[in-house]
Design a protein around this ligand. Sequence first.
Ligand code: SAH
Length: 212
Amino acid sequence: MTDFDRILHYFPNLNELQKERFQALPALYAEWNEKINVISRKDIDNIYERHILHSLALARVFKPIKGAQILDLGTGGGFPGIPLAILYPDVKFLMVDGTGKKIRVVNAIIEALELNNAEARQVRAEELKNRKFDFVVTRAVASLEKLAFWTQRLYKRDQKHAVPNGLFALKGGNLREEIKALGKGNYTEVYPISDFFKEEFFAEKSVVYLQA
Ligand code: SAH
């Protein structure tokens, strides 16, 4: 299987535009990474597995409806936001990062792909104003406790999905302590990614849902 076939194996119903966009990502990131380092060199060779498929693990856990608004908090070079925006063209994505140069790369990728359901802005999560979301997604940014604190005022009141609005975080390793630190009164659920994807890379990884 080529690396792209791995994506098709798990997402066999992609249309031509989605395939084209996913297939454009490795070269786009290779080009931009030369100018601004957003992905480690080791990972760029494994971009389909370590970045794209990993981001798409979120799609195994929840399905946003048309018109849903999703924030990618601490998107870095655009993960998980860019792969999700390709998969869900009817959903609006705002990708934020505190670091301007990373947002430059994300904007370049958005432009190259003509991803008109996605927008990237340099802003820290704590400083986001006048925007509310159905869901927040994030990978490798902060502890659940911090994420909970930053995001609590960012959710819409109206609920349009089968799951209540909240956070979906891609996490690795042992989560017990992190979840315990959240304290009582927080509803969480842990989904091991190895339940959906068989690659060794996902062995210790999960999606954590934290209800708003
Ligand atoms: N999510 C990406 C990047 C992870 S690195 C990926 O998984 O590849 C963590 C990123 O979070 C960094 O780019 C950092 O600038 C950003 N970040 C950390 N705290 C933040 C905050 N409070 N608001 C916005 N961005 C933040």
